[in-house]
Design a protein around this ligand. Structure first.
Ligand code: 5AD
Length: 348
């Protein structure tokens, strides 16, 4: 197609072009866009797929986001909090496996004071100072982010979820897109490698909104971006809505790869959970430009209650190994720091 040819040469898209591609049929996407996204990933990231170990250490959440099963008004969820000792045991398992990135994720749970989080960071780093720590623990007071960074946290994931301020406001009672953006900018300024990301197929979301999401991530020059489909969780106000489309999610990943070039993009658990064949969806994710996969090290008895959405699946290393091989890529356990500001970000 003519427009895509043009686009290919100038390596960029206007918003209307993004919307056109998001609306394009499957054949056009697979023939015109996918090969280009894969070519960009090879050029900027080589053939590696980076593995992260994630610990989902608490499913308590102070927020009330309409789509999320961890929302505070969900009384049908068995809540858990892991102790610092339990978190450390999981962290040691990740380190002993040889994986060099540990992601600590939870709901927005202020039970863990900043001192607790700093203690966890210190203990993990004292066990292995070469490991990278990613925090994904939501919105906290500004000074907390400073303390976490000083304690040795390397990266912070805070998905922007949707860049449509009105939709954001409806979905996140008491929160605003402006504030989320300010926090992301602040985290970046502090020196963190910063991750944003959106949910694809939210009720009320348009293709224009998705184009804005892609532009937002590109302009913010994010180090990482988690892009996954909306999946209804039965005990939430959005439990009756239909799930986000797989192809549309793959398109958003591909376009984000093409525009952001070397940003780390995970093959998200949300996307992989939507299928019988995890390996096939992993392969598709890699082919459209994903380069990261997170493996959960949360003990199963806790993990089964980390019900952000329904039917959340576990991804196994063996599956990632098969998928990477089949698309000609290879697994890496290395830190896989940001390609944007690699040197100044290495805190080791
Ligand atoms: N569907 C898809 N993703 C969801 N998340 C939370 N609830 C859902 C849902 N119902 C995602 C959010 C959050 C991440 C941890 O999980 O993007 O940032």
């Amino acid at each position: 197609m003519k427009e895509f040819q043009k686009v290919r040469e100038i390596y960029t898209f206007k918003k209307e072009e993004l919307v056109d591609i998001l609306a394009s049929d499957e054949m056009t996407f697979y023939n015109e866009i996918l090969p280009y996204a894969f070519q960009i990933r090879k050029k900027y990231l080589g053939n590696k797929v980076w593995i992260r170990g994630i610990i989902e250490f608490s499913n308590y959440c102070f927020r009330n986001c309409l789509y999320c099963g961890l929302r505070r008004e969900n009384k049908n969820l068995k809540r858990y909090r892991m102790s610092i000792e339990e978190i450390l045991t999981c962290a040691k398992k990740i380190i002993d496996t040889g994986i060099k990135t540990i992601v600590l994720q939870s709901g927005d749970d202020f039970f863990y004071k900043k001192e607790d989080i700093c203690k966890i960071i210190n203990l993990i780093k004292s066990y292995d100072k070469t490991v990278a720590i990613t925090l994904s623990i939501g919105e906290r007071p500004t000074e907390d982010y400073i303390h976490f960074y000083q304690a040795g946290a390397d990266r912070y994931l805070l998905k922007h979820e949707t860049s449509n301020p009105n939709l954001y406001k409806i979905l996140h009672p008491g929160q605003s897109f402006e504030k989320r953006k300010d926090i992301l900018l602040f985290l970046k300024k502090l020196g963190y490698q910063v991750g944003a990301g959106n949910i694809v197929g939210l009720p009320g979301q348009t293709l224009e909104d998705l184009a804005d999401d892609i532009i937002f991530m590109t302009e913010l020059d994010v180090d990482m971006a988690g892009i996954g489909p909306f999946i209804p969780q039965s005990n939430t106000p959005l439990g009756g809505y239909k799930k986000g489309d797989e192809l549309l999610t793959l398109k958003v990943i591909a376009l984000t790869r093409i525009l952001t070039k070397n940003t780390h993009l995970p093959a998200t658990t949300a996307l992989i959970s939507q299928t019988e064949s995890k390996i096939e969806v992993l392969k598709k994710s890699f082919l459209v430009g994903a380069d990261v996969v997170m493996i959960s090290f949360t003990p199963d008895e806790y993990r089964e209650n980390y019900k952000i959405y329904d039917n959340r699946k576990k991804i196994f290393l063996k599956e990632i190994e098969i998928a990477t091989k089949e698309v000609g890529l290879e697994i890496s356990f290395d830190r896989g720091d940001s390609f944007k500001r690699c040197i100044q970000h290495q805190k080791v």
